[in-house]
Design a protein around this ligand. Sequence first.
Ligand code: ASN
Length: 262
Amino acid sequence: MKKSKLFTLAMSAIMAGTLLVGCQSKSSGSDESISDSGTKYLIATDSKYAPFSFEEDGEYKGIDVEILAAVAEESGFDYELKPMDFNAIIPALTSNQLDGAIAGMSITDERKEALDFSDGYFESGLSIVVDSDNTEINGVKDLNGKTVAVKKGTAGENWALENQEKYNLELKHFEDSPAMFLAVQGGNADFALEDYPVIAYKIKVDADNELKIAGDKVTTADYGFAVNKGQNAELLEKFQEGLKAIKENGKYDEIISQYIDQ
Ligand code: ASN
């Protein structure tokens, strides 16, 4: 029952993704759901990235989803939320198939070449994730010759690629974070690279998890709301203003404290 529901959801996500890629283009002006008129923005989130964005009982929730809702209310803009695999989000932004993204996305210099970011709204950074029985890997110093699970298109994948030679790593690439965690739990990878708040939340809420964090954070980075570079300055500005307002009026802290112990 559960499986078939998941399958249906996955299929609709794939179809929605296909439609998105196939039909919606700002430059063609053929689709009104894109905000040519500035009335309704199409904004992506990572479809499986608790506690930032995840589906529960048919609804999307989480820090990113709720910050976006609060900011939009504050700044008075309309949007449609588009949950996607992270890997598809940046290409869809740069080809104007999306107006913006709030997807647990680290602000990096490389991404800044293609995207404009808001101020950081959450401090994050990569951690090493291992099976809870693993006593061998206790930090970066123990990674030599290991197999690493990475999520496509992420800062974690980038770190693994940059350090592949240094640590003689074998990379296994996955579409989403749950698949990466399963690879570690199932012994298909020695470790995964995932953002600290994401793995810490999983360990906290999932009683069946067999994972732990090894050593200190590997990197530090802030999450930002992103738009295509040089475009959608209006949306970016509205996001910035709204973010500032919800930080001042307590709404931001209220959202965070639902998911993260402060
Ligand atoms: N945190 C990842 C990154 O910035 C994105 C994600 O997995 N949603 O690359």
